[in-house]
Ligand binder design. Structure first.
Ligand code: GLU
Length: 444
């Protein structure tokens, strides 16, 4: 069996961390089994779907490296949904209903008032031909419901949740097409999953009930349902489904300097029994990906933790991987020196400016003579491969200083900062002439 997964966002908005995670899990599962990962744009809602959102979904997946093997759009597939509706109608599995939204609302209120679940009463099934003719004559158009089979529980073995069972009698026959001919999500999704050979449906647990309904649709259309994996939802660090998380997407991640690899390493593993680790490449995440490791509790997403993971990823990035994002002139040697001090790649520019100068620093009175001596030592030195070691050793001997009293004024004079990357690496990058000039300026 070739694994085929799909990520099916509605282009009515931008991707947020929650649906990026769903996309990632679909991608990981397909990659793990050498299958294919498809992007299905659920754009049946013509009013709310926009091309701008489609473009941003594609761009975000691209930035993350979750490149689909194929792309499909529901808006180009309406004839297939029509045909499926006809098939189901011929089998007596769909029926027209004429209630208005207000009538349905009233029915629900009455049921709830009587302490009953608000399940649709199937009144439309009892309509006579005359009643239907009268509605049509009044200009009413029907919406269409899928008729659930109440004979037996709907059961499946969920890859995350284990054995599931739903009593169809507890559910309303779902509306699959509206009065105006537009499609609701439910049936088109099943038609596409069948037509595209989808083997695994991986999505959030908010779809569990839909799965019950959809399993009956697969069967009614003569197809075996795919396997299902419903993952627990993502919550913010405060433990709630936060608005902020719902509004956090690739744009916000990029603005924070988050690397795609960090987001992927995080989202692949949170909510699972496997540790979140700073993988720069997806390989180990693909190999270890397994729905059996997923927990049932909501996964907590914390931006601070992501930032810390990001730093650990940045510390591993090769010069070639970041060169295009570094300030002009910054060399591989410069990157190697600065990399361990960064939380984001863009911070490299700050340190590079320190190497390039100019630096503003005037030492305290007590250190000026010491720094003048340092300048003289550098000026006399032959600036070998290890100028920092040579300088500090000579200074120690001449001035008797050691430890912080030796190192700290030098760091301040040479970089203008109290801390930073290793001085041995920085000094080589600063260069002999600059070093002399800075030491003299600080001593002045
Ligand atoms: N468009 C649906 C959604 O975004 C797809 C759900 C599914 O994966 O079937 O919720």
């Amino acid at each position: 069996m070739t694994v085929i997964t799909r990520f099916a966002p509605s282009p009515t908005g931008r991707l947020h961390v929650g649906n990026i995670r769903t996309a990632l899990h679909n991608w990981l599962w397909a990659r793990r089994y050498g299958g294919s990962f498809l992007l299905r744009l659920d754009d049946t809602d013509a009013e709310r779907s926009t091309e701008e959102n489609v473009e941003s979904i594609r761009a975000d997946l691209n930035w993350l490296g979750l490149v689909p093997d194929r792309e499909e759009r529901q808006s180009l597939r309406f004839p297939l949904y029509e045909a499926a509706l006809e098939t189901l109608r011929a089998k007596g599995r769909v029926y027209p209903a004429y209630e208005t939204a207000q009538e349905l609302d009233l029915k629900r209120k009455i049921q709830l008032g009587r302490g009953k679940p608000p399940v649709y009463d199937r009144a439309a099934l009892a309509l006579t031909a005359e009643e239907i003719a009268r509605f049509e004559a009044e200009g009413r158009r029907p919406h269409w419901r899928f008729k659930l089979d109440h004979a037996a529980p709907i059961a499946w073995n969920d890859l995350v949740r284990g054995p599931q069972s739903i009593d169809p009698a507890m559910l309303s026959d779902p509306v699959i097409r509206r009065e105006d001919g537009s499609w609701l999500y439910m049936l088109p999704s099943v038609v596409d999953d069948i037509d595209m050979g989808v083997t695994h449906v991986v999505r959030g647990e908010d779809h569990v009930t839909n799965t019950g309904l959809q399993i009956q649709m697969f069967e009614a259309l003569g197809a075996a349902p795919p396997a299902f994996a419903h993952e627990a939802l993502l919550v913010g660090s405060e433990g709630k489904l936060s608005k902020r998380l719902g509004a956090t997407g690739v744009a916000e991640m990029r603005a924070e300097g988050i690397e795609p690899a960090a987001l992927i390493a995080k989202l692949a593993r949170i909510g699972t029994s496997l540790p979140v680790e700073p993988f720069v490449e997806a390989g180990p995440l693909i190999e270890s990906f397994d729905f059996a490791s997923f927990g049932r509790a909501p996964a907590r997403f914390d931006m601070e933790e992501l930032a810390a993971l990001n730093a650990r990823i940045v510390h591993q990035l090769d010069y070639a991987a970041v060169a295009a994002r570094l300030p002009a002139g910054m060399t591989a040697e410069g990157w190697a020196a600065i990399r361990p001090n960064l939380r984001t790649v863009s911070e490299a520019a700050d340190w590079w400016h320190i190497i390039e100068g100019p630096i503003e620093h005037r030492a305290e009175e007590a250190d000026r003579q010491f720094l003048a001596t340092a300048a003289a030592i550098v000026a006399e030195s032959d600036w070998t491969d290890a100028p920092w070691n040579a300088l500090t050793a000579a200074l120690k001997e001449r001035t008797g200083r050691a430890g912080r009293a030796l190192f700290h004024p030098l760091r301040q004079a040479l970089t203008g900062r109290d801390s930073g990357p290793e001085m041995a690496l920085l000094l080589r990058l600063i260069g002999k002439d600059q070093a002399i000039a800075r030491l003299r300026a600080a001593a002045d």
